[in-house]
Design a protein around this ligand. Structure first.
Ligand code: HEC
Ligand code: HEC
Ligand code: HEC
Length: 308
């Protein structure tokens, strides 16, 4: 269009020139023809340029389309990435929730453990309290036992005193009797016989058990037991020991493996009474029962040694 207009303008100018200056018209026509040729050439050049521009424009449009498609592809990719990201985020959310659930569970387990520990603590405290109470009761019992022991000792001392007084008066009576006897009888040796008979009658084996000491040398040498001390003096009946604690046969106990202090301390054998209650405690006066090797030899002259 620009090209057409330019040509028309040039033609119009040429006509005007022809109309006004007839003489120079031919000359001017020639000039104009040249100009036209120039213009045509320019027009051709311009047309080519236009074509080029058009092609460039087409190329640009194509490029723009390519770019658009690329952009679309990019958008799609972006969307995919976005979706993936969302999926990952969702997964992460789930993992987080699971972690939170696990943490909560752990918290609960911890609380339960703490509750259990607290309960155990309480049970422990109760047990300790009970143990303390038992300890106190034990102490009270021990105090009572000690008191009883002291009273018993006092009573024994009193009994002993009475016994001594009795013996003294007996001796006095005997002295008097002897004097009377001496007056009545002549022989001095007869008095000795009477005394010996009296002593023999004092201990009756059928009433009080064998007079000879029982002596054990197993497991350790040597422990002695006197029936007299227990029956005649302490007033115990035969069946307090026979046959629950001891057989009526010297040496039988020594054949038992448990004839030891441990058993005695636990209330077996002599420990049935020698626990500080019925009789002095077995862990106090060792030598009262343990007469030792020499003691056994001393006794050997008169008694049999059991346990072999
Ligand atoms: C405090 C306990 C106790 C009392 C009470 C007791 N004895 Fe014994 N007696 C013994 C012991 C200990 C033995 C020896 C047992 C052994 O070695 O295993 C024994 C042994 C005997 C033996 C056997 C002696 C020998 O040499 O084999 C006769 C018999 C006996 N006693 C009779 C009596 C009579 C009878 C009475 C009651 C009057 C009596 N005992 C009361 C503890 C006792
Ligand atoms: C059934 C109870 C009982 C048994 C079992 C018993 N005794 Fe005794 N015993 C007594 C009594 C009670 C006394 C007198 C109180 C005291 O001395 O504590 C006594 C006293 C004694 C004495 C002291 C004697 C003194 O003169 O001081 C000796 C030692 C003794 N017993 C040894 C033994 C031996 C050893 C055994 C075991 C083989 C034994 N007793 C088993 C109750 C028992
Ligand atoms: C009531 C009497 C009695 C008293 C008290 C006593 N014992 Fe014994 N003991 C025995 C008798 C019974 C045996 C067993 C017989 C034997 O070993 O000859 C024995 C055995 C033993 C034995 C050897 C067996 C074992 O248990 O290992 C030892 C050790 C012993 N006594 C140590 C002691 C000591 C230490 C004391 C004092 C803290 C003591 N005894 C007090 C009666 C007594």
């Amino acid at each position: 269009m620009v090209l057409t207009l330019s040509t028309a303008a040039l033609l119009a100018a040429a006509e005007t020139a022809t109309g006004t200056t007839q003489e120079t018209a031919a000359e001017k026509t020639t000039v104009a023809g040249g100009a036209i040729t120039d213009v045509d050439q320019k027009a051709a050049t311009t047309a080519e340029a236009v074509k080029e521009v058009e092609e460039e424009a087409k190329a640009a449009v194509k490029k723009a389309e390519d770019v658009k498609e690329e952009a679309k592809a990019a958008v799609k990719e972006t969307e995919d990435i976005k979706e993936k990201t969302e999926a990952v985020a969702k997964e992460a959310e789930e993992v987080k929730e699971q972690a939170e659930a696990a943490a909560k569970e752990a918290e609960e387990v911890k609380e339960q453990a703490e509750a259990a520990a607290k309960e155990a603590e309480e049970v422990k405290e109760e047990t300790e309290a009970a143990a303390k109470e038992a300890e106190e009761e034990k102490e009270e019992t021990e105090a009572a036992t000690k008191e009883a022991e002291e009273k018993k000792e006092e009573t024994e001392a009193a009994t002993k005193e009475t016994e001594e007084v009795k013996q003294e008066s007996q001796a006095a009576a005997e002295e008097k009797k002897d004097a009377v006897k001496e007056e009545a009888e002549v022989a001095a040796g007869e008095t000795e016989d009477v005394e010996e008979t009296a002593e023999e009658e004092e201990y009756d084996e059928e009433t009080y058990g064998p007079e000879a000491l029982i002596i054990w040398t197993v497991p350790i040498e040597a422990v002695s037991f006197s029936h007299k001390t227990h029956t005649m003096d302490a007033g115990l009946d035969c069946d307090t020991c026979h046959d629950d604690l001891f057989e009526m046969e010297a040496g039988v106990a020594s054949e038992n493996e448990d004839f030891t202090m441990e058993t005695i301390y636990d209330g077996g054998y002599c420990g049935a009474c020698h626990d500080g209650g019925g009789a002095f405690a077995a862990n106090t006066r060792c030598a009262a029962c343990h007469i030792g090797v020499m003691g056994a030899r001393r006794e050997n002259g008169e008694t049999e040694v059991a346990g072999h």
